[in-house]
Structure formats: C-alpha cells, structure tokens
Design a protein around this ligand. Structure first.
Ligand code: GTB
Length: 218
C-alpha cells in the first residue's frame, strides 16, 4: 500500500513493516503525513508472523521494522527519532532536542502502562487505569501550560508531540472525558487534529480501517 505524499525524492522510499494495527506505528505515520512524506506499508498477518522467519530476521525479534533505503531500523522510538532528525521535528538546537527526548520518554512511560493494561489486564485493570490517568495527564498539561506555544517544546511540533497526540487519541477512545479537566492538553489535541495533513491522514482508510490494538481491546 502506498500512503501519503513524498516531496524529498533524494531519500530512499520508506517501508513500514508491522501488524495490521495502529499500535506502535501510528505516531510515525502521523508525523510522516504531516511532513508530506510517502511510505509503503507491509502488513504482516499474525499467522505469517507465527511461521517465525520474519521474527528471526528482526534485531529484537519484534516489529515495527522501518526501512529508509538501505538503513533498517527497529524500535518505534528510534524510528521516531530518526524521522524527527530528518524532517525538522527534533527542536532547533541540542537544548530543545534534550527536552524533546525527555518528553518522548515520558510519553513512552504512559504508553507502556497503557499497553500493559490493554494486553495483560484489560478486564480488571481498565477502571483503575482510568482512575489513575489524571495523575499522568497533569504532567503533560503542566508542560504545555509552561511552554505556552501549544507544543511540548519550542514553537513547532516535534516527534514527541506526535507521540503524545497519538497516545491521547487512544486515551480518548478508552475514556472520552479524560481531557475535560486538562484544557491545554485538550486544545493541543484539537490543534494537532486540525493540521490539514494530519486531518487527512486520520480520515484515510489506511488509518481508520486498522484497530488500535492487536487484541481488539481499546
Ligand atoms: N520496544 C519495541 C518498539 O517500540 O518497537 C516494542 C515492539 C513490540 O512490542 N512489538 C510487538 C511484536 O512484535 C508488536 S506491538 N510482537 C510480536 C512478538 O514479540 O513476537 C503490539 C502488538 C501485539 C499484537 C498484535 N497483533 O496480534 O496483531 C499487534 C501488535
């Protein structure tokens, strides 16, 4: 499947290999869309994955796999950093880059907690997770209030903003009211959602057709 548009023809075609879910590839696809990039998508059905050959070829035995010409990357956050570096979404200097890393790691901590609940403890863990969610969201709210630009760091979206945005979309599916007491976070989501290329991607079949997670829980 060919998705999005690509203007920089100097770089090799991007190829994303992943399961047919949004999961750990949504943030990178939102970033790529916003940056007018195209990518090819290899969707791997779990039955094919179970045969084992692809798994054996993956550095950590897991997907996503991301190809940028002859550069092959694994680990979704390394992929996001790679895209941040190459598409002007990693701050305007080292100081901003370090703050962006910090925020992206904070998003990863919440994503890990979310995924643990989704895949390992949905029935018993969903309500306690939602109850505790404000104790995580308030940290992002505070950073947005302090930065005043509508983004986590600096005055344009970084890869950490795409990560946060994607995770917030999932939190809103889990608990539609979760941002009601966090006005800056709520307006961050609205602002990211209304970026024309992001909006177009979120409305595309390539996005809408995929479930959020691999076990049908959301
Ligand atoms: N730290 C890594 C990263 O960020 O890239 C984590 C990657 C990871 O957890 N990959 C999972 C994987 O490859 C897929 S994401 N699992 C297969 C394996 O370990 O053998 C979660 C996920 C789970 C199940 C489905 N599914 O059934 O379709 C899809 C996605």
């Amino acid at each position: 499947m060919q998705c999005g548009q690509r203007q920089n023809t100097k770089m090799g075609p991007y190829i994303i290999t992943y399961f047919p879910v949004r999961g750990r590839c949504s943030a990178m696809k939102i970033l790529l869309s916003d940056k007018d990039q195209v990518w090819k998508e290899n969707l791997v059905e779990i039955a094919d994955w179970m045969k084992g050959d692809l798994k054996k070829s993956c550095v950590f035995g897991q997907l996503p796999k991301f190809e940028d010409g002859d550069l092959v990357l694994f680990q979704s956050n390394a992929i996001l950093r790679h895209l941040g570096r190459n598409h002007d979404a990693y701050g305007k200097n080292n100081r901003e880059a370090s703050l962006i890393d910090m925020m992206a790691d904070g998003v990863e901590d919440l994503r890990t907690k979310y995924l643990k609940m989704i895949y390992q403890d949905y029935d018993n863990g969903k309500d306690p997770y939602i109850k505790d969610l404000p104790n995580h969201l308030d940290k992002f709210e505070a950073v947005l209030v302090k930065n005043k630009t509508g983004f986590l760091v600096g005055n344009q979206p970084s890869f950490a903003d795409y990560c946060l945005f994607d995770l917030m979309l999932n939190q809103l599916v889990l608990c539609p009211t979760c941002l009601d007491t966090f006005p800056s976070l709520k307006s961050f989501v609205e602002k990211m959602k209304s970026r024309p290329k992001v909006k177009a991607f979120l409305e595309s079949d390539g996005y809408k057709k995929l479930p959020i997670n691999g076990n049908g829980k959301q």
